[in-house]
Design a protein. Sequence first.
Length: 381
Amino acid sequence: MHTSFLHTQLLLRQRVFVRADLNVPIAENGTIKNDKRLKSMLPTIKHIQKRGGKVIIGSHIGQPSGGNLEHHLSTRNLVSWFEQEGFVVDFESDMLAAQPKTYENQERIMLLENLRFFVGEREYSMPFADLLANLADLYVNDAFGTMHRNDTSVSLLPRLFLPQNRGWGLLVEEELSHLEPLHVAPQQPLMLVLGGAKAADKIPLMTNFLLHHAPQAILLGGKLAFPFLAAQGKNLGASQPSTEEITLAKQVLDNLRSTKLILPIDFVVTNDVITDIGAQSIDLFANHLTNAKTIFLNGTMGINDTPADSQGTAGIINAIAQLHDCTKIVGGGDAVAAVETLGKANAMTFLSTGGGATLAYLASENPWQELPGLKALGPAA
Ligand code: 3PG
């Protein structure tokens, strides 16, 4: 159990740098489209404040090119959200000028501008890390979704704090409490339900589970299924995948051993292009899932994630939601959003805030060595 060091820290008057993952979708007019990630890190902020600590939040939003300032990616867009939650926000766009104010009231937080607006963030830069380290006495990483990144605030900044003054927050603790058992000793029968677009993103995870846990079944939808179907000789017409993807799929097929690979058997086709899995495939998948004790769902079954191709995803999520006595973990923005849209969040065991980070965690041999953010928090860092 990876308990957060925050439970035992006395924080009175200490300045705590919280690396958060506030990478939420924001519309051109600055409206936040989904605030799940913001809500998920509130327990950490409130915990620090309750213990008398002063919170300084640093995060990225999006991938601004070359450190360019793009207004819709500014963390300034989040200020009113935090204010609605009852915080007083000191927004700071200039790291050099940043000075934590006197915190005469508990609800005050300092919110730094999008860290990726500063070139040092993506360059593992010691000067940028120093600048951030000077703001705080303690470092907390509560950005599970960025643990796979080598960004300065994730992998270098924590090393500038003594081991007793750095650690992970309550959101990361919660993520680890669900993902570690899934990674190390999932209850069998284990089934992986994977969709989405890119085979390259999911194959390391499949390979790792095949090596260590022999899932009873891997069920594939979305574009991800195409190279597997093609590798089995199916003609996908205009939806034919690339040769590279077919080669990757063949590597998985060669290592299946006792694991069953369940692929769609019918499709919704619009203008000669496959857009979703069909009704028979939904039934086939749902039947297989009935005896699962552990399910990991990542990615969607439709091809373009439009309302027109969301039937497959809805069918699978509804089938999973009905299962009892089964650990059901969902990762990745699209799958989590679909679960929430369908109102099935309470029927799942856990919705991970990570996308690529969750996949990287589950695909690794040793996440504490392989994910830069976790490695930087370990005792040997
Ligand atoms: C995510 O959305 O998965 C995390 O915030 C990481 O974002 P990134 O892929 O831009 O590094």
